[in-house]
Design a protein around this ligand. Sequence first.
Ligand SMILES: [Mn+2]
Length: 374
Amino acid sequence: MGLNLVLVDHHDTNVDLSGENIEVIKAKNLVDFYKKVRNYLEKDYDLIVSDEDPDGITSVIIYSLFKDKLVNFEGNRKGIKKEDLSSLKTKGVSTILAFDWFALCYSDLEIFDKIIYLNPKSSNLINVNTSEIIYRALPETEKLGRDISTIGTVCDYLVDTSKEKFKEFIEDYKELFPELLELARQNKLDRYNAYNVNGKNTKLYDLSLMFWAPFIIESDEGNKKLINSIIKEKKLDIKSLLDKNNSHYLINMYKELLSLITNEKNNFYSKSKIIDDKFYFYEPITHKNGFMSKFSSIITDELPKDKVIIMKSKSDNGKLKYSLRTRENKYQLGKILNSLGVGGGHDEAAGCIINQEKEEWFESELIKLINQKI
Ligand SMILES: [Mn+2]
């Protein structure tokens, strides 16, 4: 029995896609792309895997709404490897659908008989995030699908490429987002003002933390609870979620996450190491999956535009995990990591995992390559 993989992604990648088992699907425009994605989403899969960030998780939720059932889901941050083959076989898994980039970046691609790769970037289309792709491909998920997808997009910082969706969302809940209404109507909403207007965090910021919190606080279990609760109830009451007197699971997780962030911020501003008045090196004291990724983004939004935030943490297997952030897209962080052959991502947000002995080499190359772009 062979193994087949369908991958929906939106990242720049340095992964070699020329293998004979890999088919890169091209499209004329986004509408055509969504139609092609839909053809694959209509099929059934033995297993769904996704990144464990909200973009991956919201994609799984929207797909489950479309299938009208809880799909067989596994969060995956290490890719699908040779050594997983026998357990996949035992579980009867021969078809896998994967959302977002971990599956491509870290899987052993040669173990698959066939890989279908769906990424708008393969056709030079704009960067729409995975939950936007899944929702646009499955519009019958309607308002609930749209709301989940809106949160997935705001968590993935791709507000700019999904403006229509935000306009509808803000209009539907205008009493909750009074400061965003005019911005949305005038097409001026972007990833920064979506989170913060006049120095005050918006409720979109709160929603984004609510969808990050289950995983950061409770790991895989948290994401499963998040998925299950929405699929079971077939609703997400945005208004009551934003009422902090409620005792909804997501609100409790959110409050725990907020206190971790406050604590970590205090430590960051006293302990980060600043090089060339530009590079902020920092090792978070909170060791929770996904925390560093979210925290580095929060800090980046607080610092001046030209700074580069480089956070690292040691993972269980002794490797070093890096989270790179900036608001200056000319630094092209994802491409720099690609060129060093260690990871990837976007211009303003990228990440990689390296062996510990490469630490010095990596950090000095990073500083050198970013300085070359100034
Ligand atoms: Mn994404």
